[in-house]
Design a protein. Sequence first.
Lengths: 415, 207
Amino acid sequence: MINRLNLPQGVKDFTPEKAEEIRRIEDILLEEFSRWGYKRVVTPLFEYLESISVGLGDELKQKIMKFVDPSTGDVVALRPDITPQIGRLVAAQMNQHTEPLRLCYNGRVVRFEERGSGKEREIFQAGCELLGLTSPESDAEIIALAVKSLLKAGSKALVLDLGHTGLLRFLLSNTGDVREEIEQSLKKKDYEQLEKAARKSSAPKSVKKVILTLPELYGGRDILVKAKKISLLKVFVKELENVLDVLDEFRLECDLNIDLGELRGFNYYTGVTFEIISPSMSSPLLRGGRYDDLIGKYGFDLPATGFAIDVESLLSMTKAPLENNQVHFVVIPKKMSLRREAIRLAEWLRSSGFKVILDLNSDMKLMKVRIKENKASNSYGVIFLETPKRLKLIESRSGVSREFSNLEELLKGGI
Amino acid sequence: MITLAIARGRLLKEAAGVLRKTGLTVGEIYKDSRKLIFEFPKIGLKILIVRPFDVPSYVEYGAADCGIVGRDTLIEEKHELYEPLDLGIGKCKLIVAAPKGFEFSNSRLIRVATKYPKISYEHFVKKGLTTEIVKLYGSVELAPIVGLSDVIVDLSATGETLRKNKLVEIETIANITARLVVNKVSMKVKSAEIKDFLSKLKKYRKF
């Protein structure tokens, strides 16, 4: 039998402290996005399976939580990713735009995970998409924004891991029926299997040779010098260099790693891809890259690049004071007849920016309890309304009690 | 400092052997079966001894940077890991075995006892056989003897256990050796250390 207090695997509740933390981080991220001119869009929690799966990579396709819409019999899917939704939205409603679009979002996505995997099935995301541009400047902009947002949210010791899916797609496009095997071995960085697979492949010798050097094309920026000497890769390396040249101008505080053999999101991304990792976290904080084919699948050809941040991964990295969530005053009328004054007093305080609990149940026996509670929470104090002209403030920190004849006096002298 | 998770049991001794050859003297970590963590600060290595099926989880979640684990475990459960190196140790086969005289038939349901339900299911589906899979955690050879199953899917190194229990190998599903697995973030943030560790292992692994 299901215990009423239990939740399905992979989802959870957030108590006020946690919920406030999530909001704080989301606020910081959205604020930064908007300062770069990215406008927020909101997309639905679920939509037709058919439309959303068009815009998903193979890995996410296997993780869709789907169900039948009882009213129509259509199969709908809880969104496992928001980017395809934005693609659909742009193709459907914003296709008259001629200028580049800068869009951002935050929200939860749902992904099926194996029982016992310990992975969340509901993930808080915040992300940006830059649509309509193909220039290295646009790749650099989205990467710089990604790094800056994470820094603003308080994360440190970031490593930017840069790759190029276009390069991999090009190399693998003529490997014939062993392509799948080559993909798998690159994904696992299993270079012995890669050699075996490449040997079997019908691809031209020159291509095979380059595929086999991919494992070595990994490390710092000097890797690009090495890669540029390989003529088949020249165009792609130049692209990466152009992006890096622009990125240099942003002077970002993060380390750089280049991995030309990294196969993540292979059938989704089309160009420069990136991940931002931190030594203290076992999975990336952020993933992104260029996906020029996606929006075309919704009938509107538009190049794009973007990223999504795993918001919860930032929670464990950054600690901030919890002051935001703190109540400043508790207002208690001494008698039933003072309710109206108490409500007015609370409203005044709220409009002056304070957080106020109004405790209209003026049971004086509870007075001591309230004072004690408030002391523990370290807020400003408890205000007793004794008569319309007499306010008693019991300060939480000192326990000192002071009397005032009206609110202005209290606000001036009290705090 | 690299944290390395190694599967306990048969593999552990062989793994210690390979490490010793690379110059990473780890002593007799396989002797004391109750100790779970061994630290070697001088050579920058910390070793965790865990159950074989737990190695991928330790590495995937970053509790360990690297792990040494049989390929059987990696095929049975999907994990987000790099698997850069075949260490050539812990050689064995994943096999289907049954009591003498057993023959597959399409006309009836075959019961399979195994520690590898996914691999078994996929294997028999490919052969067009309908099976019922019973997941066991150990002493799988017992199942056909007492009538719990018709066949078993299990690892076999020498065939000795099979013989003792009067079972015969029917077919090989896969050849198994141990692999080095690496956490995806560690590979990037400790790249120099891990590259070095990998190249040492590559030189001295068993083939």
